[in-house]
Design a protein around this ligand. Sequence first.
Ligand SMILES: Cc1cc2nc3c(=O)[nH]c(=O)nc-3n(C[C@H](O)[C@H](O)[C@H](O)COP(=O)(O)OP(=O)(O)OC[C@H]3O[C@@H](n4cnc5c(N)ncnc54)[C@H](O)[C@@H]3O)c2cc1C
Length: 369
Amino acid sequence: MFKEMVYKFAEEQIKPFSAEMDREGNFRKDIIAKFFELGLMGIEIPEQYGGTGSTFFMSVLAIEALSMIDASAAIYVDVQNTLVNNALLRWGSEDLKRKYLPLLAAEKLGAYALSETGSGSDAFALRARAEDKGDHFLLNGQKMWTTNGGEADLFIIFANVNPEAGYRGITAFLVERAFDGFSVGKKEDKLGIRASSTCELIMDNCRVPKENVLGEVGKGYKVAIETLNEGRIAIGAQMLGISQAALNYGSQYSHEREQFGRQIADFQAIQFQIADSATQLEAARLLVYNAARLKDAGENFLKEAAMAKLFSSRMAEKITSQVLEIYGGYGYTREYPVEKLYRDAKIGQIYEGTSNMQLQTIAKYLLSK
Ligand SMILES: Cc1cc2nc3c(=O)[nH]c(=O)nc-3n(C[C@H](O)[C@H](O)[C@H](O)COP(=O)(O)OP(=O)(O)OC[C@H]3O[C@@H](n4cnc5c(N)ncnc54)[C@H](O)[C@@H]3O)c2cc1C
């Protein structure tokens, strides 16, 4: 019921603007406001802090349903719930939770900034620095690729307080957009999820109060790893939604299009392409749902999360490509919705750890036993 409700909302309130937002590379602020009104921005935040008090699985369902209409819409909700809120819930002091969670549930967008120009897969080689100044830290450096950066008010920023200690110096900070010395830089012009903002952040003697350290000083690497382990399950959900939408369009079009005097759906080759895609999608869905279920049950889900993202992002690229071919030449134009799905699917193999990094995580887990 919840998934259906989110889908209906997206169909009525997002779909009419989706192509235009993609073309312009800009997401409508009034739709972000609706995410808050619907309670989609604080799914796992307990009711005492103004959230819905629900489960990670529900976040996954919301992201899947939104992605069936617009993968950019889904990533706003994804980053808020599975990276920002989750990190704060897990690592935040009681004071930080009381201060920020009600805002994140009701009105303020969050973002998560780990990557830099020189550090992506090797995230802990980050060069942003934080200097202890007694009652505050001074942050200096630059972040790249920050999803939601264009509109966010609160940023989780990773910086190193002690570079000699290597990754053991990495610390997570909660930075408000209005803090002195903080600014948002260039916005990327992208292949897919074009409406989602992906921005550079600049910290130039950015003053962050000591109480805004998220978790312990020097333990930011744990915050980063553990948050992303959860987050990638939700990227799997985004890939499910994109693929389901492609499959629905492909099935419908195969009944509409006639060649050789009959519907192309009558050709066994098309039937098998659709049957094979649906089977791949079902397998991906079970991987994603199982990883989310394990997470909610408090079980180890590291390997399953990596497998879910790896498989579902590869599957999404394959299915969207296949459906584009079912549309023939029309699929290659912006008149029809499938070229956008094809472009949107590609990001699943890159963010929150590339496919190679997922394979590395799975292999490390299997071979360390
Ligand atoms: C649209 C978008 C949104 C993003 N949003 C965010 C965000 O909100 N917050 C954030 O912090 N980051 C974000 N990112 C950054 C993203 O997580 C990184 O781009 C990703 O982790 C890859 O890093 P990189 O781009 O530096 O590639 P690199 O790490 O340079 O990788 C290049 C290639 O080398 C391969 N490679 C690297 N190391 C190895 C290895 N050890 N073994 C085998 N292969 C390897 C990779 O698989 C890849 O194929 C976003 C990126 C994009 C494009």
